[in-house]
Write a protein that binds this ligand. Structure first.
Ligand code: PGA
Ligand code: ZN
Length: 402
């Protein structure tokens, strides 16, 4: 396979107005990958940037990493990823930053796919790439992604019709429907949108779920396939001094589990992400025992795409699915190892955007390549639709047998 002839980097804007890095590789075809950034980051994830931020990442790349990439064979993804670990030399990529590592690692995969003349999902997924993920779309928001919204970070819709295109539009329909419902509920009041394009309104947490479940039912009836509510609680963000602190209640861990079991039953919740604190493996296991056969229980902050933490969670039965964010761990090789470990254990994977995104569409390809159950990448907004529209294109290609 060809070698990297030239590598360059620039600081670009993310959707929250913060700086991130974008890497170009020429091998000799030019490819480009930009890294996203989170707001509700897990304690065990890679540090996004070195001290000094995106500017320092650019400086490190320009001085050391970029020149050293020259001459590397793009076929050697594992060697590159090992080298990124060595150059960094810390367990959490704190010297070069997980965002720089992920941008380089994924750009190399894109370069190798381009050299092979294949789309990335096909190059990484081989013949098995074919199953399309369900889009998980954020429609009501709060937590760290919004000011004045719910305590729970994300209320999501998961449409489960026969095509990804149909599901993308069904999710958008729920987003539209909620706009009508919320405007009617709060006449004359401004209705805002959070970091991921979800509606932000003065709602209680159960009230928001009730509205969402209703909107899902209406759209489900219109379209004739399952349209289900889900939640990413990002519970570590409101777990303080032994209690989950909602606006209207404070729940001890056991009460939180009972609360979630009841909500799942009352509203037909399809999936919970981070329903409990990121260190509570036992709580995750108890919840899984209670509702794991019916509800997808996804670990994000608890696992941080980290294979060691996932192994621990599999051993203790703490969940049945894992969120996959490449820049939480830093390299494609490690991301794949985590996905493979999940698959072997019978756990589902959901590939995810970050709340601060760019129009980069790499994760759409990863979700298809990994045969993931889902992809969480919003419902509307340019940086979200970049991925959703790419999924629609991929589905079309698969249909045409390309
Ligand atoms: P982020 O979190 O703000 O760290 O991207 C999104 C999520 O919790 O899934
Ligand atoms: Zn999350």
């Amino acid at each position: 396979m060809p070698i990297i002839e030239r590598a360059s980097i620039r600081k670009v804007l993310d959707s929250r107005g913060n700086a991130t890095v974008e890497v170009d590789l020429f091998a000799p075809i030019r490819v480009r990958v930009a890294a996203p950034s989170g707001a509700s980051t897990g304690a065990h994830e890679a540090q996004a940037f070195p001290k000094g931020g995106a500017d320092e990442a650019v400086r490190l790349f320009t001085k050391d990493l970029g020149p050293a990439l020259k001459g590397r064979d793009v076929a050697d993804q594992e060697g590159l990823d090992r080298w990124l670990r060595e150059v960094d030399g810390t367990p959490n990529f704190s010297r070069i930053g997980g965002n720089l590592a992920a941008a380089i690692s994924l750009a190399n995969a894109r370069a190798a796919a381009a050299a092979a003349g294949r789309p990335l999902y096909r190059f990484l997924g081989g013949r098995s790439a074919g199953k399309m993920p369900f889009p998980f779309g954020n429609v009501i928001g709060g937590g760290r992604h919004a000011v004045g919204g719910t305590t729970v970070q994300e209320y999501l819709v998961v449409s489960q019709g026969p095509t990804v295109a149909g599901n993308v539009f069904a999710n958008a329909r729920v987003h539209h429907r909620l706009k009508e419902v919320l405007s009617r509920k709060f006449p004359g009041e401004p209705l805002g949108r959070g970091d991921e394009g979800a509606w932000v309104a003065k709602l209680g947490d159960e009230e928001a779920l009730a509205l969402l479940a209703d909107a899902c039912k209406t759209v489900e009836k219109d379209l004739g396939f399952p349209v289900r509510p889900a939640m990413d609680l990002a519970a570590s963000e409101f777990y303080r001094d032994g209690k989950y602190r909602y606006k209207d209640r404070a729940l001890a861990p056991g009460e939180q589990i009972e609360f979630l079991v009841r909500l799942a039953k009352d509203y037909g919740v399809y999936a919970y992400e981070d329903p409990l604190d990121e260190e509570d493996f036992d709580g995750f296991a108890a919840l899984t025992k209670a509702i794991g056969k019916k509800v997808v229980l996804i670990g994000d902050d608890i696992y941080c795409t980290n294979v060691e933490r996932l192994r621990r969670g599999i051993a203790s039965g703490s969940g049945n699915a894992i969120l996959i964010k490449p820049n939480q761990i830093g390299t494609l090789t490690e991301t794949r190892a985590t996905v493979e470990t999940a698959r072997k254990a019978g756990w589902a994977t959901v590939v995810s955007h970050r709340s601060g995104e760019t129009t980069d569409d790499t994760i759409a390809h990863l979700a298809v390549a990994f045969g993931s159950l889902g992809i969480k990448t919003g419902t509307v907004g340019g940086e979200r639709t970049a991925k959703l529209n790419e999924l629609i294109r991929i589905e079309e290609e698969l249909h045409e047998g390309m």
